[in-house]
Design a protein around this ligand. Structure first.
Ligand code: SF4
Length: 286
Protein backbone atom coordinates (compact mmCIF):
# COMPACT_ATOMS: atom_id res chain seq x y z
CA UNK A 1 0.00 0.00 0.00
CA UNK A 2 1.27 3.45 -0.93
CA UNK A 3 0.63 6.61 1.05
CA UNK A 4 0.31 9.97 -0.71
CA UNK A 5 0.30 13.23 1.15
CA UNK A 6 -1.60 16.22 -0.25
CA UNK A 7 0.71 19.13 -1.03
CA UNK A 8 0.24 21.66 0.41
CA UNK A 9 -1.66 20.46 3.43
CA UNK A 10 -1.92 21.24 7.15
CA UNK A 11 -1.20 24.50 8.92
CA UNK A 12 -1.23 27.66 6.87
CA UNK A 13 1.50 30.27 7.34
CA UNK A 14 -0.61 32.54 9.55
CA UNK A 15 -1.87 29.89 11.99
CA UNK A 16 1.60 28.30 12.23
CA UNK A 17 3.14 31.69 13.00
CA UNK A 18 0.47 32.48 15.62
CA UNK A 19 0.83 29.11 17.36
CA UNK A 20 4.63 29.42 17.43
CA UNK A 21 4.38 32.84 19.06
CA UNK A 22 1.83 31.47 21.55
CA UNK A 23 4.11 28.53 22.40
CA UNK A 24 7.05 30.87 22.92
CA UNK A 25 4.92 33.03 25.26
CA UNK A 26 3.77 29.97 27.21
CA UNK A 27 7.37 28.80 27.62
CA UNK A 28 8.45 32.25 28.79
CA UNK A 29 5.50 33.23 31.01
CA UNK A 30 3.80 29.96 32.01
CA UNK A 31 0.25 31.26 31.70
CA UNK A 32 -1.25 33.05 28.68
CA UNK A 33 -4.84 34.28 28.22
CA UNK A 34 -6.02 33.81 24.62
CA UNK A 35 -9.00 35.75 23.38
CA UNK A 36 -10.99 33.05 21.63
CA UNK A 37 -9.71 29.58 20.79
CA UNK A 38 -6.33 30.02 19.07
CA UNK A 39 -6.85 27.09 16.69
CA UNK A 40 -9.83 24.95 15.61
CA UNK A 41 -8.30 21.69 16.74
CA UNK A 42 -9.26 20.07 20.08
CA UNK A 43 -6.03 18.04 20.43
CA UNK A 44 -3.80 21.07 19.82
CA UNK A 45 -5.85 23.22 22.21
CA UNK A 46 -5.55 20.49 24.87
CA UNK A 47 -1.74 20.42 24.37
CA UNK A 48 -1.54 24.21 24.73
CA UNK A 49 -3.86 24.20 27.77
CA UNK A 50 -1.50 21.67 29.40
CA UNK A 51 1.28 24.22 28.80
CA UNK A 52 -0.69 26.97 30.58
CA UNK A 53 -3.12 28.38 28.00
CA UNK A 54 -6.40 29.80 29.30
CA UNK A 55 -9.04 30.59 26.65
CA UNK A 56 -11.35 33.53 27.41
CA UNK A 57 -14.14 35.20 25.45
CA UNK A 58 -13.99 38.73 26.85
CA UNK A 59 -10.93 41.02 27.11
CA UNK A 60 -12.20 42.09 30.54
CA UNK A 61 -11.44 38.55 31.76
CA UNK A 62 -7.68 39.11 31.45
CA UNK A 63 -6.27 39.54 34.96
CA UNK A 64 -4.26 42.70 35.71
CA UNK A 65 -0.71 42.38 34.40
CA UNK A 66 -1.25 38.99 32.74
CA UNK A 67 -0.08 37.92 29.26
CA UNK A 68 -2.78 38.20 26.58
CA UNK A 69 -2.74 36.57 23.15
CA UNK A 70 -4.54 37.70 19.98
CA UNK A 71 -5.15 34.87 17.50
CA UNK A 72 -4.51 34.89 13.73
CA UNK A 73 -8.03 36.24 12.93
CA UNK A 74 -7.14 39.57 14.55
CA UNK A 75 -9.37 41.95 16.52
CA UNK A 76 -10.54 45.55 16.34
CA UNK A 77 -8.71 48.52 17.89
CA UNK A 78 -11.23 48.74 20.75
CA UNK A 79 -10.32 45.23 21.90
CA UNK A 80 -6.59 46.04 21.70
CA UNK A 81 -7.20 49.12 23.87
CA UNK A 82 -9.08 47.03 26.45
CA UNK A 83 -6.25 44.49 26.48
CA UNK A 84 -3.70 47.29 26.93
CA UNK A 85 -5.64 48.46 30.00
CA UNK A 86 -5.43 45.05 31.64
CA UNK A 87 -2.58 42.97 30.27
CA UNK A 88 1.08 43.38 31.15
CA UNK A 89 2.13 41.86 27.82
CA UNK A 90 0.17 41.46 24.56
CA UNK A 91 1.33 38.79 22.12
CA UNK A 92 -0.25 39.68 18.78
CA UNK A 93 -0.65 36.59 16.58
CA UNK A 94 -2.72 38.42 13.95
CA UNK A 95 -1.81 37.00 10.54
CA UNK A 96 0.04 39.61 8.43
CA UNK A 97 -2.46 38.99 5.61
CA UNK A 98 -5.32 39.85 7.98
CA UNK A 99 -3.42 42.94 9.13
CA UNK A 100 -3.08 43.98 5.50
CA UNK A 101 -6.86 43.66 5.01
CA UNK A 102 -7.41 45.80 8.13
CA UNK A 103 -5.03 48.45 6.75
CA UNK A 104 -6.66 48.43 3.31
CA UNK A 105 -10.09 48.93 4.90
CA UNK A 106 -8.80 51.90 6.89
CA UNK A 107 -7.13 53.37 3.78
CA UNK A 108 -10.39 53.16 1.83
CA UNK A 109 -12.34 54.84 4.57
CA UNK A 110 -9.72 57.58 4.96
CA UNK A 111 -9.94 58.27 1.21
CA UNK A 112 -13.71 58.72 1.43
CA UNK A 113 -14.85 55.42 -0.08
CA UNK A 114 -17.88 53.52 1.18
CA UNK A 115 -16.34 50.18 2.14
CA UNK A 116 -17.81 46.85 1.05
CA UNK A 117 -16.31 43.77 2.66
CA UNK A 118 -17.05 40.40 1.02
CA UNK A 119 -17.24 37.80 3.76
CA UNK A 120 -19.19 36.15 6.56
CA UNK A 121 -20.47 38.78 8.99
CA UNK A 122 -20.29 36.32 11.90
CA UNK A 123 -16.64 35.42 11.33
CA UNK A 124 -14.18 36.90 13.87
CA UNK A 125 -11.81 38.10 11.13
CA UNK A 126 -14.64 40.04 9.44
CA UNK A 127 -15.80 41.47 12.77
CA UNK A 128 -12.21 42.57 13.48
CA UNK A 129 -11.86 44.32 10.11
CA UNK A 130 -15.20 46.14 10.41
CA UNK A 131 -14.28 47.19 13.95
CA UNK A 132 -11.34 49.09 12.42
CA UNK A 133 -13.98 51.22 10.63
CA UNK A 134 -16.18 51.64 13.68
CA UNK A 135 -18.53 48.98 12.27
CA UNK A 136 -19.29 51.11 9.19
CA UNK A 137 -18.31 48.62 6.47
CA UNK A 138 -21.09 46.94 4.52
CA UNK A 139 -20.52 43.19 4.82
CA UNK A 140 -21.94 41.09 1.99
CA UNK A 141 -21.73 37.35 1.40
CA UNK A 142 -22.20 37.54 -2.39
CA UNK A 143 -23.20 39.81 -5.28
CA UNK A 144 -26.87 39.05 -4.51
CA UNK A 145 -26.57 41.00 -1.27
CA UNK A 146 -25.34 44.27 -2.81
CA UNK A 147 -28.93 45.42 -3.30
CA UNK A 148 -29.92 48.77 -4.82
CA UNK A 149 -27.52 51.63 -4.48
CA UNK A 150 -29.50 54.88 -4.64
CA UNK A 151 -26.50 57.15 -5.05
CA UNK A 152 -25.15 56.46 -8.52
CA UNK A 153 -22.28 58.87 -7.85
CA UNK A 154 -21.01 56.81 -4.97
CA UNK A 155 -17.29 56.12 -4.54
CA UNK A 156 -17.04 52.53 -3.33
CA UNK A 157 -14.13 50.45 -2.18
CA UNK A 158 -14.21 46.68 -1.92
CA UNK A 159 -12.04 44.08 -0.25
CA UNK A 160 -12.58 40.54 1.00
CA UNK A 161 -12.26 38.23 3.94
CA UNK A 162 -8.93 36.44 3.45
CA UNK A 163 -10.55 33.02 3.00
CA UNK A 164 -13.14 34.21 0.47
CA UNK A 165 -13.60 32.30 -2.78
CA UNK A 166 -12.13 34.16 -5.76
CA UNK A 167 -15.26 33.66 -7.88
CA UNK A 168 -17.55 35.15 -5.21
CA UNK A 169 -15.26 38.17 -4.82
CA UNK A 170 -14.97 38.76 -8.58
CA UNK A 171 -18.77 38.50 -8.88
CA UNK A 172 -19.20 41.27 -6.32
CA UNK A 173 -16.56 43.42 -8.03
CA UNK A 174 -18.24 43.01 -11.43
CA UNK A 175 -21.70 43.93 -10.09
CA UNK A 176 -20.51 46.85 -7.97
CA UNK A 177 -18.60 48.32 -10.91
CA UNK A 178 -21.92 48.76 -12.73
CA UNK A 179 -23.63 50.44 -9.77
CA UNK A 180 -21.17 53.12 -8.63
CA UNK A 181 -19.25 55.90 -10.36
CA UNK A 182 -15.89 54.90 -8.94
CA UNK A 183 -14.73 51.56 -7.58
CA UNK A 184 -11.44 50.83 -5.85
CA UNK A 185 -10.62 47.15 -5.43
CA UNK A 186 -8.22 45.53 -2.99
CA UNK A 187 -7.85 41.80 -3.47
CA UNK A 188 -7.14 40.65 0.09
CA UNK A 189 -7.77 36.95 -0.56
CA UNK A 190 -5.12 34.61 0.84
CA UNK A 191 -4.45 31.64 -1.42
CA UNK A 192 -3.68 29.19 1.41
CA UNK A 193 -7.25 27.88 1.54
CA UNK A 194 -7.68 27.48 -2.22
CA UNK A 195 -4.27 25.81 -2.56
CA UNK A 196 -5.18 23.21 0.08
CA UNK A 197 -8.55 22.57 -1.51
CA UNK A 198 -7.02 22.19 -4.97
CA UNK A 199 -4.43 19.77 -3.55
CA UNK A 200 -7.09 17.41 -2.13
CA UNK A 201 -9.15 17.71 -5.31
CA UNK A 202 -6.15 16.45 -7.32
CA UNK A 203 -5.22 13.82 -4.76
CA UNK A 204 -8.77 12.43 -4.49
CA UNK A 205 -8.57 11.45 -8.16
CA UNK A 206 -5.27 9.57 -7.70
CA UNK A 207 -5.99 7.29 -4.74
CA UNK A 208 -8.35 4.51 -3.65
CA UNK A 209 -9.33 6.37 -0.51
CA UNK A 210 -8.36 9.47 1.41
CA UNK A 211 -7.95 10.09 5.13
CA UNK A 212 -8.66 13.67 6.18
CA UNK A 213 -7.31 14.54 9.61
CA UNK A 214 -8.60 17.61 11.42
CA UNK A 215 -10.96 18.93 14.06
CA UNK A 216 -14.65 18.13 13.72
CA UNK A 217 -15.13 21.81 14.68
CA UNK A 218 -12.93 22.99 11.81
CA UNK A 219 -14.84 24.49 8.88
CA UNK A 220 -11.86 24.26 6.54
CA UNK A 221 -11.39 20.54 7.35
CA UNK A 222 -15.09 19.92 6.70
CA UNK A 223 -14.68 21.62 3.33
CA UNK A 224 -11.80 19.27 2.42
CA UNK A 225 -14.02 16.30 3.26
CA UNK A 226 -16.83 17.69 1.10
CA UNK A 227 -14.40 18.10 -1.81
CA UNK A 228 -12.95 14.57 -1.58
CA UNK A 229 -16.44 13.06 -1.36
CA UNK A 230 -17.65 15.17 -4.28
CA UNK A 231 -14.75 13.69 -6.29
CA UNK A 232 -16.05 10.21 -5.47
CA UNK A 233 -13.14 9.25 -3.21
CA UNK A 234 -14.02 7.07 -0.19
CA UNK A 235 -13.15 9.40 2.69
CA UNK A 236 -12.36 8.79 6.34
CA UNK A 237 -12.47 11.90 8.55
CA UNK A 238 -10.61 11.51 11.83
CA UNK A 239 -9.27 13.89 14.48
CA UNK A 240 -6.40 11.65 15.58
CA UNK A 241 -4.67 8.44 14.55
CA UNK A 242 -6.36 6.48 17.38
CA UNK A 243 -9.62 6.83 15.43
CA UNK A 244 -8.29 4.93 12.39
CA UNK A 245 -10.65 2.28 11.11
CA UNK A 246 -8.36 -0.50 9.88
CA UNK A 247 -11.18 -2.33 8.11
CA UNK A 248 -11.75 0.79 5.99
CA UNK A 249 -8.16 0.45 4.73
CA UNK A 250 -8.60 -3.13 3.57
CA UNK A 251 -8.22 -3.62 -0.17
CA UNK A 252 -7.02 -0.07 -0.82
CA UNK A 253 -3.64 0.11 -2.56
CA UNK A 254 -3.16 3.87 -2.60
CA UNK A 255 -4.21 5.97 0.34
CA UNK A 256 -4.21 9.77 0.40
CA UNK A 257 -3.71 11.84 3.52
CA UNK A 258 -4.81 15.45 3.84
CA UNK A 259 -5.07 17.76 6.84
CA UNK A 260 -7.08 20.87 7.60
CA UNK A 261 -5.33 24.24 7.81
CA UNK A 262 -5.69 24.01 11.60
CA UNK A 263 -4.22 20.51 12.02
CA UNK A 264 -0.78 20.62 13.67
CA UNK A 265 2.18 18.74 12.20
CA UNK A 266 2.48 16.37 15.16
CA UNK A 267 -0.99 14.90 14.54
CA UNK A 268 -0.20 14.36 10.85
CA UNK A 269 3.16 12.74 11.65
CA UNK A 270 1.57 10.48 14.23
CA UNK A 271 -1.01 9.34 11.69
CA UNK A 272 1.68 8.56 9.11
CA UNK A 273 3.73 6.68 11.69
CA UNK A 274 0.67 4.74 12.79
CA UNK A 275 -0.09 3.71 9.27
CA UNK A 276 3.47 2.33 9.29
CA UNK A 277 3.93 2.71 5.62
CA UNK A 278 7.59 3.11 4.68
CA UNK A 279 7.24 5.42 1.72
CA UNK A 280 5.32 8.65 1.67
CA UNK A 281 5.06 10.01 -1.83
CA UNK A 282 3.90 13.53 -2.53
CA UNK A 283 0.64 13.72 -4.52
CA UNK A 284 1.25 14.12 -8.21
CA UNK A 285 0.35 17.12 -10.29
CA UNK A 286 1.44 19.75 -7.74
S1 SF4 B 1 -5.62 31.37 5.80
FE1 SF4 B 1 -4.19 32.94 5.04
S2 SF4 B 1 -4.92 34.83 5.97
FE2 SF4 B 1 -5.84 33.18 7.13
S3 SF4 B 1 -4.42 32.80 8.82
FE3 SF4 B 1 -3.86 31.40 7.17
S4 SF4 B 1 -2.25 32.48 6.03
FE4 SF4 B 1 -3.32 34.01 7.28
Amino acid sequence: MELRLADPTGLCFGVRRAIESLEAALEEHGTVYALGSPIHNPQEVARLVAMGLIVIDDPDDVPEGAVAFVRAHGVGPGVIEKLKDKAGVIVDGTCPFVQRAQERARDLEAEGYRVFLVGDKDHPEVQGITAHLGGKATVIGSADEIGDIDDGGLKAGVLSQTTQKAEVFSGVVADLALKVSELKVFNTICNATAERQNAVRRLARQVDGIIVIGGKNSANTRKLVEITRSQGAPTLWIEKSEELDWRWLEGKLQIGVAAGASTPDWLIKKLITTLAIPQVAKGEGN
